[in-house]
Design a protein around this ligand. Structure first.
Ligand code: HEM
Length: 499
């Protein structure tokens, strides 16, 4: 009871601070409409709070009036949303934003861990794919021996690690097992809340579609992971001269999917949090939109979008370098051997062709010849670096500088720092012949650089749906806030009910 009273007192204090329940709204006679889910919850809470015993106490009547206010706010909100027939809200719950950002951080972490797994050559230690039972590591000595025997039958063990003992095997097994377990945790901690948020109507229909899409992508990523590992266990890798490692194409697909998943989560989360921020101050938001609509920023916006694509392409080429161990040759920069590029005969070598007429010479070498793959990455990385420098210089020209909102200016500066760091990490990774700590930092830097570009692009663009919400909030200052605050009240009242 003490908890209940405390909760009600806090709720009462809160409602008295928020100016959303204005007189006209409360008095307004509304046409009958189907009750929204929020409204149903409010009514349920109200039924609870208006029990006879409580209604006779001052606290009971206070809780009744709170519930009434919440109800009328939610009702007003529902009624005024012209043509709104769906039970989904117009604004995502803020918790969804925080959860999405948290999930993106977790994906960032697993990307780094995946890089470490590759760099410590641990990725082929688990030779089976058991999505459910594989969650547990081997429990007994016999289990360990059985796992080790399976690994000993693999090309990697036979050709590269014939001297490995069980203790060493346990270390590489742990890296891969933890990577897979982390993947499962990401899957569950995304799919289960997705179901909850959609079922409880805490997200807009658009966000619901995004969440389902991301969930599907996470599942697909698990499949690609196994498809990649399988390519490193194939029997033809026993052939003399072959190097037992996973296909560079599949490694690139695995990394690219992780980056896309991360970017999707990040942008969705940032979108939710920004919408809430903008709705807290619709007048300020309108000014921000006006600043962003300035034609002066059009080129900048397009350039940032193109730069994001360029960074992503550089990432893909980096994954090819990693997949082919192409960082272990030509360990100097800016030169490659005696010149700035190896001889043409080496770059376009018929050895990599699979067609008699050599029609695949060009693209096979681009994707499979370590010398050319490294040169590609150098060229793309240098282009990325130059592009960011140009963007930075462009952002400092008087007209653009004056038109740029403060957070955009900060974003451009941040991107400049990130690309400097990333290029330095790339060059040192090459100079020192791919030590684990530098290569892992270089991979993290790639994701950080992409983050910088995505955040900058996000700051330069506001989706039409968000603009429409802010417009509505300006036309009717109470309506949109009412929906958010109405749902907060419902939450509080139902919490009190639970107590
Ligand atoms: C500036 C933008 C750059 C981006 C976005 C980028 C991105 C990447 C990515 C994503 C990888 C794959 C990492 C992995 O899967 O472990 C990679 C690998 C690599 N990059 Fe870059 N890179 C950049 C610049 C450079 C530069 C300037 C150099 C040096 C010339 C360089 C050299 C390398 C090397 C040697 C690897 C292979 C490392 C390994 O085997 O793990 N990168 N890069």
């Amino acid at each position: 009871m003490a908890f209940f009273q405390l909760g009600l007192r806090r709720t009462a204090a809160h409602i008295s601070r928020v100016p959303v329940v204005c007189g006209p709204c409360l008095r307004q006679q509304l046409p009958a409409r189907p009750a929204s889910r929020v409204l149903k919850l409010v009514r349920a809470a109200r039924r609870y709070t208006s029990t006879a015993a409580e209604a006779q106490t001052p606290l009971g009547s206070l809780s009744n009036s709170i519930a009434k206010s919440a109800s009328s706010v939610a009702q007003t909100s529902a009624a005024r949303s012209s043509g709104k027939t769906s039970s989904f809200p117009e604004v995502n719950d803020k918790a969804v934003g925080y959860w999405l950002i948290g999930s993106a951080v977790s994906v960032f972490g697993i990307v780094i861990w995946g890089g470490l797994t590759r760099l410590t050559e641990s990725g082929l230690s688990i030779t089976e794919w058991r999505p459910v039972t594989g969650s547990l590591p081997p429990m007994s000595d016999a289990d360990w021996q059985s796992e080790f025997d399976k690994y000993r039958a693999s090309p990697e063990y036979k050709l590269l690690n014939p001297h490995m003992d069980l203790a060493e095997f346990k270390k590489i097994y742990f890296m891969e097992w933890a990577h897979r377990l982390w993947g499962r945790v990401i899957g569950l901690s995304f799919v289960l809340p997705t179901i909850y948020f959609i079922a409880r109507r805490r997200v807009t229909p658009r966000m619901a579609a995004n969440l389902v899409g991301i969930s599907g992508l996470i599942g697909f990523q698990g499949f690609i992971g196994w498809w990649m590992v399988k390519s490193g266990l194939k029997d033809d890798l026993f052939a003399p001269g072959s190097h037992p490692r996973v296909s560079q194409y599949r490694l690139t697909a695995h990394l690219a999917t992780a980056f896309v998943c991360y970017g999707w989560m990040l942008l969705s989360g940032l979108g939710v949090l920004r919408t809430h921020r903008l709705l807290r101050d619709p007048e300020g938001a309108a000014k921000t939109f006006a600043a962003l609509k300035s034609p002066t920023l059009r080129t900048l916006r397009g350039s940032v979008a193109a730069l994001t694509v360029l960074i992503f392409t550089t990432v893909l080429s980096g994954a090819l370098v990693a997949g082919l161990d192409a960082g272990l040759i030509y360990n100097e920069f800016p030169k490659m051997g005696t010149g700035y590029a190896p001889p043409k005969s080496e770059l376009f070598d018929k050895f990599y062709c699979r067609k008699e007429d050599g029609s695949d010479l060009w693209w096979r070498n681009m994707l499979e010849n370590p010398s050319l793959v490294q040169l590609d990455h150098r060229i793309l990385a240098t282009t990325t670096f130059t592009a960011v420098c140009v963007l930075f210089a462009y952002g400092r020209t008087g007209r653009i500088k004056a038109a740029m909102p403060r957070n955009v200016r900060k974003g451009v500066n941040g991107l400049m720092h990130l690309v400097l760091l990333q290029a330095t990490l790339g060059i040192t990774t090459l100079w020192y012949m791919v030590p684990i700590y530098l290569a892992a930092a270089h991979q993290a830097g790639a994701l950080a650089l992409l983050t910088g570009a995505l955040v900058l692009g996000h700051r330069l663009r506001v989706p039409k749906a968000t603009q429409a919400l802010v417009r509505k909030a300006l036309q009717n200052p109470h309506r949109i806030q009412a929906e958010a605050i109405g749902s907060k009240l419902v939450k509080k009242l139902t919490e009190n009910k639970a107590v």
